[in-house]
Write a protein that binds this ligand. Structure first.
Ligand SMILES: N[C@@H](CCC(=O)N[C@@H](CSO)C(=O)NCC(=O)O)C(=O)O
Length: 219
């Protein structure tokens, strides 16, 4: 039975889950939730995520929210299909994947998401991007990327010489980041730039990126 993913194709958190579903060749249906109409802040959606944020996933009687947890569930459920994202054959490799999934959530995301908000969400609320917030978070993100540059000079991907869920977690917010005037923060770091070009060219993400139209005409 097809999984039901409630969200919006342009939303980076929904795109994170869709990328994982495509890597696992899982059958799913995207059920649009209209953020602009505030559908995510009302029932029935609130019964799927009490925090009123997309995405949420339903798999039979199982209902999940939090894009990273949903992605980890999908990667585990479909571990025999598509690309191995969690390295469950190797305790050590799986542990490295867990480290870098946390690094994305605890170090990378808190620095990059305010920048994405300023460039893509604030204008939708009639505000101009706040340069002080952008600059403060660019400095934080630069420090995180310095760590990535060193690690990626030793391994092709973050957890090792294999693409994993840890790399995948970075795709959707970084995709929008590369559309801002700050893209040089990635491009001026050669190993990070090569990593980004490699992971963002994967077919599973290319399928998702074509619908990630935040900030384009009419959105
Ligand atoms: N930690 C959660 C964050 C979800 C989120 O911010 N969702 C956004 C859209 S994706 O950028 C959202 O629902 N924004 C509307 C709102 O917060 O009201 C996750 O990873 O699923």
């Amino acid at each position: 039975m097809a999984l039901k993913l409630y969200g919006a194709a342009m939303s980076p958190c929904t795109s994170r889950v869709m990328t994982c579903l495509h890597e696992k060749e899982a059958d799913f249906e995207l059920i649009p939730i209209d953020l602009f109409a505030g559908e995510h802040k009302q029932l029935p959606f609130l019964a799927k995520n009490p925090f009123g944020q997309i995405p949420a996933l339903e798999d039979g009687d199982l209902s999940l929210f939090e894009s990273r947890a949903i992605s980890a569930y999908v990667a585990e459920k479909y571990k025999e299909a598509g690309h191995d994202l969690i390295r469950c054959q190797s305790l050590k490799e799986a542990a490295e994947v867990k480290v870098w999934m946390e690094v994305e959530s605890q170090q990378y995301h808190p620095a990059i998401s305010p920048i994405i908000f300023q460039f893509f969400a604030a204008p939708l609320q009639g505000k101009v991007p706040d340069q002080a917030i952008i600059d403060e978070n660019l400095e934080k993100l630069g420090k995180v990327l310095d760590v990535y540059e060193e690690k990626l000079s030793r391994t092709k991907y973050l957890a090792g010489d294999f693409y994993s869920l840890a790399d995948l977690f970075h795709l959707s917010f970084t995709y929008y980041f590369m559309k801002t005037p700050c893209a040089n923060l990635i491009n001026e770091r050669p190993h990070v730039k090569a990593w980004w070009e490699d992971i963002s060219s994967r077919p599973a993400f290319q399928k998702v990126a074509s619908a990630m139209t935040f900030g384009e005409k009419g959105n």
